[in-house]
Design a protein around this ligand. Structure first.
Ligand code: CDP
Length: 207
C-alpha cells in the first residue's frame, strides 16, 4: 500500500506520516528532508544555490544515511530547500530516488508537496494535510524554540507564508492537492485526533 501525503509547511503531515507508517507497518519517507539535504550540502560546499548543474549533482550524491540530521531542521535550510526545489535537475534526481523507495516491497507512506500529483500519482490513498497559517506558524515556532532556536513567532509566520507562496506558484511540481486527494484540515485537531481522522479516511478509501 502506498499512502501519499502532501501539504504546506508545518501542516502536521510529518508527525502524522510517521504514526501512519507505524500503524500500518509501512516504510516512511520524508521527501522534504531530501530537498533540505541538497540545500545543506550546497551551503556546506559554498556552492551558489542557483547553480543548477551543481545542485543536480548534489541531489544525485545525497547520502540517505544523513536524512535524520537535526541540522536539516533550521529556518535557513528550509528557505534554501525551497530555492533548490525549483530546479528541474534537482527534482528529477530526487523523484527517481522517491519512486525507487515507493517501489520497495511492502509499501510506504511518502510525504511532501508533489507526491500525489507527480511522484506517486497511482498511490492507493492520497491525503492533503492543511492547517491555517496562524496554527502552522505556532507549531513551527514551538518546535524551533524547543530545539534551541532564537526566533520570533512573527519571523516564522513571515517565513512559512513566503515559502508556501513559492511552493504553490512554482512552475515545476507546485504544491496543489491531487484531484483525488482527501483533504484533512488539522487546524483544530491535536495529534491524536488528526491520526484518528486519517485512519478513518484511509479505511474508507481502501474499501
Ligand atoms: O517541514 P516543512 O513542512 O516545513 O518542510 P519540508 O517538508 O521539509 O520541505 C522543505 C521544502 O522542500 C519545501 O518548502 C519545498 O520547497 C521542498 N519540497 C518539495 O519541493 N517537494 C517535496 N516533495 C518536498 C519538499
Amino acid at each position: 500500500m502506498i499512502i501519499a501525503m502532501d501539504g504546506p509547511a508545518a501542516s502536521g503531515k510529518g508527525t502524522l506520516a510517521k504514526q501512519l507508517a507505524k500503524h500500518y507497518g509501512l516504510g516512511h519517507l520524508d521527501t522534504g528532508a531530501l530537498y533540505r539535504a541538497v540545500a545543506r550540502d550546497m551551503i556546506a560546499s559554498g556552492t551558489a544555490l542557483d547553480d543548477e548543474g551543481a545542485a543536480a549533482q548534489t541531489a544525485r550524491d545525497i547520502d540517505p544515511e544523513t536524512l535524520d540530521d537535526p541540522g536539516l531542521r533550521t529556518p535557513r535550510i528550509a528557505e534554501a530547500a525551497a530555492l533548490v526545489a525549483r530546479l528541474k535537475g534537482v527534482r528529477k534526481a530526487l523523484v527517481d530516488y522517491q519512486r525507487a523507495f515507493a517501489a520497495r516491497p511492502g509499501g510506504a507512506v511518502i510525504e511532501g508537496r508533489d507526491i500525489g500529483t507527480v511522484v506517486c500519482p497511482g498511490a492507493d490513498v492520497k491525503l492533503f494535510v492543511e492547517a491555517s497559517t496562524q496554527v502552522r506558524a505556532q507549531r513551527r515556532h514551538k518546535e524551533l524554540t524547543e530545539a534551541g532556536h532564537d526566533i520570533t513567532f512573527e519571523e516564522i509566520h513571515a517565513q512559512i507564508s513566503a515559502r508556501d507562496a513559492r511552493d504553490r506558484t512554482r512552475a515545476i511540481s507546485p504544491l496543489v492537492p491531487a484531484e483525488d486527494a482527501h483533504l484533512l484540515d488539522t487546524s483544530d485537531l491535536g495529534i491524536e485526533a488528526a491520526f484518528k481522522v486519517a485512519v478513518k479516511l484511509i479505511g474508507t478509501a481502501m474499501r
